[in-house]
Design a protein around this ligand. Structure first.
Ligand code: NAG
Ligand code: NAG
Ligand code: NAG
Ligand code: NAG
Ligand code: NAG
Length: 950
C-alpha cells in the first residue's frame, strides 16, 4: 500500500535537476527528425502510416513498443550525467516538499566554515531555505538579520561548521539495529545465484525505521551509500540515502523518502554497483582467486554479448526509422526464428551491461595489491571504470599502480580499523598521507554494520588520519567532498555553497579534535537535534595536530645509543599526570626538567633545581612534554590472536563442549601468550604498556586471564607475563549460548551459581573463585543479566564478582551501587546493535554519556575498549580524552580509569600494579602526540624509545 502511494508521488513537476541534465545531453542529430513524432504521446496511427512505408501492418502497441525501445537505445549512448560548476545557486532540492520540508529560512550567524573545499579564515553567515544553501557571506559586513516568522537566526559565536559528512560505504537500513536474524539482509547468499548477484538491490533490503540512521546522523553523517555486503563477487546495486527517518510529507516509514534522489524520476537516478575481490567471495563460495576471476570474466562476457546484440539492434532500428522502413521495424519486433524479438534485454544482466556502458558507479571491496591488479585487468578487458576501491588497506603499497589505471579511483578506506584478517593485516596508519602524496583521492568510510563500525564515529577516522599525516584540509575533504565527488553527487552534497543541499553540521569543536561532537545537524535544511542552548560551554577552535613521523634529533640519537645506566635529562615537560611520584611543585614557567638515573626519576621540577651546571647526562629537549601513566587494556586478542580469521595465527577458541563444571577445563592465557604482532605496535604507539588478556573461548567458560606487558622483547621468561592468573572469566548472556552445556542465558546464570556454591573451600581454580581468592569477571551486557549477577553477589558474598562489558549498566546503576558491584565498563561508545543491549545510552549529542551516569551514580568502574579493538590501541588515550570530554571528567580521572582503577578493581597490589610511565611529546589526550620514552615501573628500565608505527 505504502509503496504504490510512493510510486505515484515520485515525479516532481519539473525539477531543475532534470533541466541541468538535459541541457548537457547531446542528442544524436540523426534521431531527432521524425523521432519527435514517434515519441509524442498517443499519436494517431495514421501518422505512422504516412511516415513509414512498406507492407507491414503494425498495431499501435507495436509502434509504441518500438518507440520505447528506441528511446532506450538513445539512453545507452547518452553520457552518465556530470555537472558543471558552480552549481546554479537557485537550484532546488528535489527532496524538499512544502508539507514537511524546511519552511523557514535559517541563518547560521558567525560560524567558522569548512565548505567542502576550503577553510574560511573569517567567520561567515550561512543562509538556507527550502533545503538549499542560499548564500555564504562574511559575518563582519553582513546586515543584521531579523528573526521573524519566516526566518530563524541562530548565533554560533564562531563554532565550526562543515558540510554533512558523506559515508560512501554503509550497511545500515539493510542490516538494521538491533540486529535480528530476520532482518539481516546484507548479502544475497544462496546456491541458486552463487557469487554473482549484480541484479539484486540494497533498496529491496532497507528498513525505513532503522534507528541506526538517527544515531549516524547525530555524528554528522547526513548521506550514506547503502551497499550490499561483500560475500559476492558482484553483490548488487547500492543506493545513496539521507539519514533522516520519516522525512516525507506524511512522516511515515517509507524507503523511497530516504533515498537521496527521492524526487527525481527513477530513470534519471544514478546507479551504483557493489563488487568484491579477495577473501570474502573466496571463503563463502569455496573458490580460489582464480575461480573468483573466472566467474566474473565469464559473467562479463555474457554481458558483453548482450550489449553487442543491443547495439546491433539499436543500429538496425535507427536505420529502419531513418529509412521509414516499416517492414524492417516489423522484423526487428517479430518474435520467432525470422524476427529479432525487439530490443534484446535481460533483467539479470541489466546492471552488468550498465557497467559496460559506464552507466553505473562501480565500488569494489578490495584489499590487496594482487586483487587491485586483477580487478584492473578485468576493467581493461571489459572496459568498465572503477569508481572506488573500498577497504583497500594495502592500497598505500601500490598507489602508482592504482593511478596507472587512469581511472581516478578513490580509495575508500579505514584510518585505523584493520588487522582483522589477512587481507587487512597490512593496514598502515600513514596510508592516508601516503596515498595523498601520490595524488590518489582518499575517503574514509564506516562499513557500518555493528558497533565496531558504527558510522556515528566516521569523523574520528578523518581525525586519526590527520594525526598520522594527512593534511587538515584533505582530512576534512575525506569525509565530505571527496566521497561526494567519487559518487558523482558533488552537485548536491559534500559542500556548503550556494545551490547545494542544506546538509550542514555545527560542531562543538574543530571536528578533527578528540571527542568533537555535533551540536546541530541539518538535513535538507531541517534541524535534527534538540540543541542545548548552552553557550557557556567553552568552545575550542584549537587546531588539531599531527604526529611527528621521525624522532627529533636528540631523541633519535638517544634511542640509538642508550643504556639503562645513562643519566637522562629531559627538558620541556609541561604536564605530568603521574600521581605518586616525588615531583616538586609544578613549575611556574610551565617548563619542567626531569632527571632519570638508572630509570628512576631523580628529579622532576624547575630546571635549576634539578640540574646543576656540572650535571652530565644525555639531554632530550621536548617542546610540550607530557608524562602519563602507562595504560592498561583488557583484551581477548593481544598475545593470543594475531590475525583473527587465520586459525594458524591464533591460540584457539577452546572446546566449548569441555565440561564447564570441571575447573581443569579452564584455559589459561598465560600458557599461550606470544608477545608479538602488529597490535603490539599499536599498543606501544598509544602508551599502552599492559594488557589483561583473557582466552577467547566460545561459550560460558572463557578461562583465566593473564597480565602481560606490551614492551618489545617481552616474553614469559623475562617478566613479560607480569601476573599469571588475573581473573577467571565467564560469560552470562547471549554469547554464553554458544556452548551445548549452556544453551540458554538462564543456564549460564545457573552454571555460575553452581560453580560458586559447590566449590567453596576447595583448592582448585573454582574453589579460589568461590572463596574470593581470584576475581570472577563476568562478561555481561544486558541489564536483567546484570541484576542476576547482583543476586549472585548477594548469595555468594565471598566471590569477587566484576562485570565486564556492562553496556546497559547505566539503566541499573543504583542497584549496582547498592550491591557494590564493580564494573570494567567497555561500552562508553556503545550502540543498540544487538537486542541484549538495545537500551544502551548512545551518548552525546542524542543522550547523556553513559560514563557520566556511572560517575554521577557513584558506580565503581574502570574503562576498557570492547573486545576486538586491539587495532585501535594507538588511540586509547584519545578514547580516554573523548570519554572525559563527554562525561565532564578531568583528564587525570579519565586516564586513571584506563590504568590505576583497573588495578584497584582486579585487586592488584605492589608490583602487580601498572606503575609504568610514558613520556610524550605533545599532549596524548589530543591527537598528534608521540611516545618518547616508555619506562617500566617495576625495574625502571627504558623499554620503549620513540616506537614506530607498523
Ligand atoms: C536560475 O538561474 C538561471 C541563471 O540565472 C536562470 O536562467 C533560471 O531561470 C533560474 N531558475 C529558476 C528556477 O529560478
Ligand atoms: C563571532 O563570534 C566570536 C566568538 O564568540 C566573537 O568574538 C565575534 O564578535 C563574533 N562576530 C560577530 C560578527 O558576531
Ligand atoms: C579524481 O577524483 C577526485 C575525488 O573523486 C576528484 O576530487 C578529482 O577532481 C578527480 N580528478 C580528476 C582528474 O578527475
Ligand atoms: C625549558 O627549559 C630549558 C632549560 O632552561 C631550556 O633549555 C628549554 O629550551 C626550555 N624549553 C622550552 C620548550 O621552553
Ligand atoms: C555520590 O557520592 C558523593 C560523594 O560521596 C555524594 O555526594 C553523592 O550524593 C553520591 N551520589 C549518589 C547518586 O548517590
Amino acid at each position: 500500500m505504502g509503496l504504490s502511494k510512493v510510486a505515484g508521488t515520485v515525479r516532481p513537476q519539473a525539477p531543475s535537476f532534470r533541466r541541468v541534465r538535459l541541457s548537457r545531453v547531446v542528442l544524436p542529430a540523426l534521431l531527432v527528425i521524425g523521432f519527435l513524432l514517434l515519441t509524442s504521446y498517443n499519436p494517431p496511427q495514421s501518422k505512422y502510416v504516412l511516415e513509414f512505408h512498406g507492407d507491414a501492418q503494425l498495431t499501435q502497441s507495436q509502434w509504441d513498443r518500438f518507440d520505447a525501445q528506441l528511446q532506450k537505445c538513445e539512453q545507452y549512448s547518452a553520457p552518465w550525467v556530470s555537472y558543471s560548476f558552480p552549481v546554479p545557486a537557485n537550484r532546488s532540492n528535489p527532496r524538499w516538499n512544502p508539507v514537511s520540508g524546511q519552511s523557514q529560512t535559517t541563518i547560521l550567524r558567525n560560524v567558522t566554515l569548512f565548505d567542502g573545499e576550503i577553510l574560511y579564515t573569517e567567520p561567515v553567515d550561512v543562509v538556507f531555505r527550502e533545503g538549499v544553501v542560499q548564500s555564504v557571506s562574511s559575518s563582519s559586513n553582513a546586515a543584521e538579520f531579523k528573526a521573524d516568522s519566516n526566518t530563524i537566526v541562530r548565533h554560533y559565536n564562531g563554532d565550526f561548521v562543515t558540510p554533512g559528512l558523506v559515508d560512501m560505504h554503509s550497511h545500515h537500513l539493510a542490516l538494521s539495529w538491533p540486529e535480528l536474524a530476520n532482518t539481516a539482509d546484507g548479502n544475497e547468499i544462496n546456491d541458486e545465484t552463487g557469487p554473482l548477484t549484480p541484479m539484486v538491490r540494497s533498496l529491496d533490503s532497507m528498513k525505513p525505521y532503522d534507528i541506526a540512521a538517527s544515531i549516524i546522523a547525530s555524528g554528522g553523517v547526513t548521506t550514506s551509500l547503502i551497499l550490499p555486503g561483500s560475500a559476492n563477487i558482484m553483490g548488487g546495486e547500492a543506493f545513496p540515502v539521507k539519514n533522516f527517518l520519516k522525512g516525507g510529507e506524511h512522516g511515515e516509514e517509507v524507503v523511497e523518502e530516504l533515498l537521496l534522489e527521492h524526487g527525481i524520476p527513477k530513470e534519471d537516478r544514478r546507479r551504483y554497483l557493489k563488487m568484491a575481490c579477495g577473501e570474502n567471495p573466496r571463503r563463502v563460495y569455496h573458490h580460489t582467486r582464480m575461480g573468483n576471476a573466472w566467474k566474473l570474466r565469464h559473467h562479463m562476457a555474457r554481458a558483453q554479448d548482450l550489449r553487442e546484440n543491443q547495439d546491433a539492434w539499436c543500429a538496425a532500428a535507427s536505420t529502419a526509422k531513418q529509412n521509414r522502413d516499416a517492414t524492417a521495424v516489423a522484423s526487428l519486433l517479430a518474435e520467432g526464428p525470422n524476427g529479432k524479438g525487439g530490443l534484446p534485454e535481460e533483467l539479470e544482466l541489466d546492471s552488468s551491461v550498465a557497467m559496460l556502458r559506464g552507466k553505473i558507479g562501480i565500488n569494489v571491496h578490495c584489499y590487496e595489491p594482487e586483487d587491485f591488479e586483477d580487478m584492473l585487468l578485468h576493467s581493461e578487458e571489459f572496459g568498465f571504470r572503477i569508481q572506488a576501491f573500498h577497504h583497500a588497506l594495502s592500497a598505500w603499497k601500490v598507489p602508482e599502480m592504482i593511478k596507472s589505471s587512469g581511472q581516478n579511483i578513490t580509495i575508500a578506506t579505514f584510518a585505523d580499523f584493520s588487522l582483522y584478517k589477512k587481507e587487512g593485516y597490512d593496514g598502515n596508519l600513514y596510508a592516508g598521507k601516503i596515498l595523498a602524496e601520490h595524488g590518489v583521492p582518499v575517503a574514509y568510510k564506516s562499513d557500518h554494520s555493528d558497533e565496531l563500525t558504527n558510522a556515528k564515529y566516521l569523523v574520528s577516522q578523518a581525525a586519526t588520519a590527520h594525526s598520522f599525516g594527512l593534511s587538515e584540509i584533505l582530512a576534512l575533504q575525506s569525509v565530505t567532498s571527496v566521497p561526494a565527488r567519487s559518487l558523482e553527487l558533488h552537485h548536491r552534497i559534500g559542500y556548503v555553497k550556494p545551490g547545494f543541499d542544506a546538509d550542514i553540521v555545527v560542531w562543538d569543536a574543530h571536528p578533527l579534535i578528540a571527542g568533537a561532537t555535533p551540536k546541530q545537524v541539518f538535513i535538507d535544511g531541517k534541524s535534527t537535534l534538540d540543541e542545548r542552548v548552552d553557550h557557556s560551554r567553552t568552545n575550542t577552535l584549537d587546531k588539531p595536530k599531527m604526529r611527528a613521523e621521525t624522532a627529533p634529533e636528540d631523541v633519535g640519537a638517544f634511542c640509538s645509543s642508550t643504556s639503562k645506566d645513562d643519566t637522562v635529562i629531559i627538558t620541556g615537560i609541561t604536564t605530568s599526570y603521574l600521581k605518586n611520584l616525588h615531583t616538586k611543585q609544578l613549575s611556574s614557567t610551565g617548563n619542567l626538567t626531569m632527571v632519570l638515573t638508572n630509570g628512576q626519576i631523580e628529579c622532576l621540577g624547575e630546571h635549576t633545581e634539578c640540574v646543576s651546571t656540572n650535571s652530565v647526562g644525555k639531554v632530550i629537549s621536548l617542546h610540550n612534554g607530557h608524562v602519563l601513566p602507562g595504560l592498561t587494556t583488557v583484551s581477548s586478542g593481544l598475545g593470543l590472536i594475531e590475525i583473527p580469521s587465520e586459525a594458524s595465527t591464533v591460540d584457539g577458541a577452546g572446546d566449548s563442549n569441555a565440561n564447564i563444571f570441571d575447573p581443569e577445563s579452564a584455559l589459561y592465557a598465560k600458557y599461550g601468550i606470544h608477545s608479538e604482532g602488529k597490535a603490539f605496535d599499536r599498543a606501544r604507539l598509544g602508551g599502552v604498556t599492559r594488557s589483561i588478556t583473557y582466552p577467547n573461548t566460545n561459550g560460558f567458560l572463557k578461562g583465566v586471564s593473564a597480565g602481560i606487558k606490551t614492551a618489545e622483547g617481552s616474553n614469559p621468561l623475562n617478566g613479560g607475563i607480569y601476573k599469571d592468573d588475573v581473573a577467571l572469566h565467564f560469560v552470562v548472556g547471549q554469547d554464553a549460548k554458544d556452548s551445548s552445556q549452556t544453551p540458554t542465558v538462564s543456564k549460564s546464570v545457573a552454571s555460575l551459581r553452581k560453580i560458586l556454591s559447590e566449590n567453596k573451600g576447595k583448592d582448585t581454580l573454582y574453589g579460589k573463585a568461590a572463596d574470593g581468592k581470584i576475581p570472577v569477571v563476568v562478561h555481561t551486557e544486558n541489564k536483567y543479566d546484570i541484576l542476576q549477577l547482583i543476586k549472585i553477589k548477594k548469595d555468594y558474598p565471598k566471590a569477587r564478582l566484576v562485570v565486564y562489558g556492562a553496556a546497559e549498566a547505566p539503566s541499573v546503576a543504583d542497584e549496582i551501587v547498592a550491591a557494590d558491584l564493580p564494573l570494567i565498563f567497555a561500552a562508553a561508545h556503545s550502540a543498540p546493535s544487538t537486542w541484549e543491549k538495545k537500551d544502551v545510552l548512545v551518548g552525546p549529542p542524542l543522550t547523556i554519556s553513559s560514563v557520566q551516569v556511572l560517575v554521577e551514580s557513584n558506580v565503581t568502574f574502570a574503562l576498557a575498549l570492547p573486545p576486538d579493538y586491539d587495532w585501535h590501541l594507538a588511540n586509547l588515550p584519545i578514547e580516554a580524552a573523548a570519554i572525559a570530554k563527554q562525561a565532564g571528567l578531568g583528564a587525570q580521572e579519565a586516564v586513571n580509569l584506563f590504568s590505576g582503577k583497573l588495578d584497584d578493581i582486579l585487586g592488584f597490589e605492589g608490583v602487580e600494579r601498572n606503575s609504568d610511565w610514558v613520556i610524550w611529546e605533545g599532549n596524548p589526550l589530543e591527537y598528534g602526540a608521540n611516545v618518547v620514552l616508555t619506562v617500566d615501573g617495576n625495574d625502571g628500565a627504558i623499554v620503549g624509545c620513540w616506537p614506530e608505527s607498523d
